[in-house]
Design a protein around this ligand. Structure first.
Ligand code: RTP
Ligand code: MG
Length: 136
């Protein structure tokens, strides 16, 4: 069964949308294999976003993901990586399609509520970072 790493980012926790977002994943049929609320530091953010650390948008992204508690989880199910990306919607909440989490609930390109691994390889790498006890 496929697994993917999901973050309900600090804006989701601040806005009280954790239940709403989790409901969408559960209603779709995905299973929660692990879940934990954490307030992460810059070092963990840098590890998670290794592919983005040199980008112009990274400093404000780093400040955002460390700005308050977030909820990290591992979701399991058939084609979980692709299914979660489809439910999340396009990166920019202003452009994401209605019906998606970002399209319905976010109006920002940064504060876009959710993260989902972008490939099976990324999922494996990210699960090892966030939930080493679950790593293969
Ligand atoms: P994610 O990794 O969070 O699932 O989102 P994604 O694949 O759709 O987007 P990605 O390109 O990986 O970007 C990671 C996160 O960085 C923030 N971002 N800010 N130009 C900007 O200001 C900008 N671009 C991206 C977003 O929070 C995005 O989710
Ligand atoms: Mg990404």
């Amino acid at each position: 069964m496929a697994r993917t790493l999901v973050l309900l980012k600090p804006d989701a926790v601040r806005r009280g949308l954790v239940g709403e977002i989790l409901s969408r994943f559960e209603a779709k049929g995905l299973t929660i294999a692990a879940m934990e609320q954490r307030h992460v530091d810059g070092a963990l953010a840098d590890q998670h976003y290794a592919e983005h650390v040199e980008r112009d948008f990274y400093p404000p992204l780093r400040a955002f993901v460390t700005s308050g508690p977030l909820v990290a989880l591992v979701l399991e199910g058939d084609e979980a990586v692709e299914v979660v990306r489809a439910l999340n919607g396009a990166t920019d909440g202003r452009k994401a399609a209605p019906g998606t989490i970002r399209g319905d609930l976010s109006l920002s390109n940064r504060e876009n509520l959710v993260h989902g691994s972008d490939s099976a390889e990324s999922a494996e790498r990210e699960i090892a970072i966030w939930f080493p006890q679950l790593a293969l």
